[in-house]
Design a protein around this ligand. Sequence first.
Ligand code: ATP
Length: 267
Amino acid sequence: MASATVDVSGVECRRGNRTIVSDVHVHVAAGTRLALVGPNGAGKSTLLRVLAGLDAPASGAVHVGGVDLHTMRARQRARTVAVVGQEEQPSAELTVAEAVGLGRTPHRNPWAPAEDTERAIVDHALRTVGLGGYGRRSCMQLSGGERHRVLLARALAQETPVLVLDEPTNHLDAAWRLRLMQTLDALDRTIVAAMHDLDLVLRHFDSVAVIFNGRVVAQGAPIEVLDSTLLAAVFAVGGDVITHPRTGKPHLLLTDAQPASDSPEDN
Ligand SMILES: Nc1ncnc2c1ncn2[C@@H]1O[C@H](COP(=O)(O)OP(=O)(O)OP(=O)(O)O)[C@@H](O)[C@H]1O
């Protein structure tokens, strides 16, 4: 498994007859991490579903490693992109190991019994998300954060060159947020993730694409893109990047929010 480039060219996403996101052009270099950010309802999840191959674009194309994702057969696509959705839950009827083992489906002959190497991959993925001793437990007996870590383990076990994650730090406690980011940092995979925590984006992503009103309004290195002008215009918040006095790393401190508008935007 090697990481792969992701090229999004002229993508438009629709829900029914409504255009949610249009004219998206993004290049993600192999082995790098791109964060999609934007306010609630901006279109991040809608775009991610297209980038994961779950939905077809209304126009434009997504190429992974130079191959059109939406013309791949299902098995090839599942060997190319692993995805964890925002509200996804592992099936309550499965044990933790079975739920993670689903990530191996695209690699296995469905009639073959689980081999040692397959088990080792599942065990390794579980240990990576801190659930090493949980394999035989029912998914029903897990907390919300643990269930989310099962889904991340399933995506890791899928061993795809590309990971698509919709708000992967939601449901996670403070330590696991940081551990997850450090785990993603260490992976040689191309990662596209919708993120609300802009501070984590600043330190853990190579690039950021800002979606606002269905358009990518800015993209580039997080430290350059997430300045106070953009925070005010897109997120309606004040904020500044400061350097941590001990680590020397940049942190984004949000200061205040502008009053909310309560009129839904219908386009
Ligand atoms: N099935 C649907 N049919 C019609 N409109 C939809 C549907 N799903 C989402 N939308 C609309 O599409 C827009 C984008 O939704 P999306 O879930 O992609 O936003 P998001 O940026 O991921 O938001 P959040 O940060 O709240 O998760 C929203 O205005 C939403 O109301």
